[in-house]
Design a protein around this ligand. Structure first.
Ligand code: NAD
Length: 499
């Protein structure tokens, strides 16, 4: 058993078990085939626990438990569902530091992010959907003198959810909260790179949840994810991950004709119009911080502002100031609360990022800063650290078109508004975008003209529960936040009644 104590977060101690089983029907269940896989922490590269390696048999067992629980939970009242979500939120809040450290240890991200953003956002999301389900109303329409149409919301039944590794607990809660609020039972498959922090969460909140309502099966994509996504026993599959995997998920769902939501990759443009340099210091400061956000969460964010477009008229000054800001990003042990940038989530991801930096160089991009791996020394030498990297080139290069999912920003310049928008929209993706301008007309028009589901205007990387979040184009479809997500986990029943 590994015990990790972090003096910087009020002494929060996380006891990771040596071995995690699946969480099925309110109990810890060994995998049917008896196999476990090793889970390293990206902070040092060392294995700290082993985790059940799920297969189709485990998915079946979880679906059995979920269907049994659904007989009751599908009929639960909005008040009961809200009470459950609020109880889970409260328990998470009581254990904020512990969850923040667990998430950081499992994923490599900076604990200052997990403490101040990831876990608080997850808690707020639960509370938002607790309120939403109690406020949800049906409708009644008069069809003619004798007939009325009632519209009700019903649960889908049992739903499948598959998530990636970049925000393990937040991605889990983003999916769990609206599904439970909608009255559904769940089988969740976390990512194989970050299976442990979610199991710490289940240890903390499991006793609050009726057995079988929420089941967690760990394992790999083809072994555990595919049997879940292709099962005829789920009423919906909700997926977050890579675009190529999303395409497969859609194919599985086609067989069963069930709804799919896909939150996929991105290559988000962050546009800096010339007037940012004329603005007051505090605005310019905010804009420069917005430029550095490509390194937030080590760049492992689907909406990472991984393409920065800078107006030619300010390019020289903006590059100088931007690079100075990048130098201030403090990279270090993710568990130190002043560390701003931690480790990449896995060795595979680390290697992928390094290979993309090479692809950039070979394709003619100039490295303005970074471009190398970082050795932080001591026990951190085995961890997966990459320096924040600014490349300069043109939008036709691979590093501008393909998702790197690391702390690498591909920058270029533009002449005028039309040029900026044509570069911004010249991508297969359409998830996020940033616009920086003090000119309200330009900012608003650009916000409208960019083909992306979320455009941040004069801010970036805010994720309130009540603002819709989701993709255009190859970034997927469906929304992950906002009231509209509740109905995405429900059927609409119409009763057409004559008297
Ligand atoms: P991934 O697609 O490799 O894996 C995601 C999940 O899918 C994992 O749990 C994996 O085990 C599972 N999986 C893999 N193959 C499967 C299959 N054939 N059938 C069923 N399940 C399968 O993605 P990743 O590398 O873990 O995550 C990074 C990607 O996620 C990036 O592209 C990123 O942009 C995207 N992402 C998107 C959002 C969003 O909201 N749009 C949020 C976070 C991450």
């Amino acid at each position: 058993m590994v015990v990790y104590a972090n003096p910087n977060t009020d002494g929060a101690v996380v006891h990771f078990k040596d071995r995690y089983d699946h969480y099925i029907g309110g109990e810890w269940k060994a995998p049917a085939k008896g196999q476990y896989f090793e889970n390293p922490t990206p902070i040092t590269g060392e294995c700290f626990t082993t985790v059940a390696r799920g297969t189709a048999e485990d998915i079946d067992a979880a679906l059995d438990a979920a269907h049994t629980a659904a007989k009751t939970w599908n009929k639960s009242s909005p008040t009961e569902r809200a009470a459950l979500l609020l109880a889970v939120a409260d328990r998470m809040e009581e254990n904020l530091e512990k969850l923040a450290v667990a998430e950081s240890w499992d994923n490599g991200k900076a604990v200052r992010e997990t403490l101040n953003a990831d876990i608080p956002l997850a808690i707020d999301h639960l509370r938002y959907f607790a309120g939403a389900i109690r406020a949800q109303e049906g409708s009644l329409s008069q069809i003619d003198d004798d007939t009325v149409a009632y519209h009700y919301h019903e649960p889908l039944g049992v739903v499948g959810q598959i998530i990636p590794w970049n925000f393990p607990i937040l991605m889990a809660i983003w999916k769990i909260a609206p599904a439970l609020a909608g009255g559904n039972c769940i089988v969740l498959k976390p990512a194989e790179q970050t299976p442990a922090s979610i199991m710490v969460l289940m240890e903390l909140v499991g006793d609050l949840i009726p057995p079988g309502v929420l089941n967690v099966v760990n394992g790999f994509g083809l072994e555990a994810g595919k049997p879940l996504a292709s099962s005829p026993r789920i009423g919906k599959i909700a997926f977050t991950g890579e675009t190529t995997t999303g395409r497969m998920i859609m194919q599985y769902a086609t067989e069963n004709i069930i709804p799919v939501s896909l939150e996929l990759g991105g290559k988000s443009p962050n546009i800096f119009f010339g007037d940012v340099m004329d603005a007051d210091d505090s605005y310019l400061d905010k804009a420069l911080e917005g430029f550095t956000f490509f390194a937030l969460n080590q760049g492992e964010v689907c909406t990472c502002p991984s393409r920065a477009l800078i107006q030619e008229s300010i390019a020289d000054d903006f590059y100088d100031l931007g690079i100075e800001r990048v130098k201030q990003i403090k990279q270090g042990n993710p568990l130190d609360t002043d560390t701003m940038m931690g480790a990449q989530a896995s060795n595979d991801q680390f290697e992928k990022i390094m290979s993309y930096i090479d692809i950039g160089k070979q394709g003619g991009a100039e490295v303005l800063i970074g471009g190398e791996a970082v050795d932080l020394g001591g026990e951190l030498s085995g961890g997966y650290y990459v320096a924040p990297t600014v490349l300069r080139g043109s939008n036709d290069m691979r590093v501008f078109q393909e998702e790197i999912f690391g702390p690498v920003v591909a920058t270029t310049t533009f002449k005028d508004y039309d040029d900026a928008l044509s570069i911004a929209n010249d991508t297969l993706f359409g998830l996020g975008a940033g616009v920086w301008s003090r000119n309200g007309n330009v900012a608003y028009r650009a916000g409208r003209d960019i083909q992306a589901g979320r455009v941040w205007v004069n801010n970036y990387h805010a994720y309130p529960a009540h603002a819709a979040f989701g993709g255009y184009k190859m970034s997927g479809f469906g929304r992950e936040t906002h009231l509209m997500l509740l109905e995405a986990y429900q059927q609409t029943k119409n009763l057409l009644v004559s008297y």
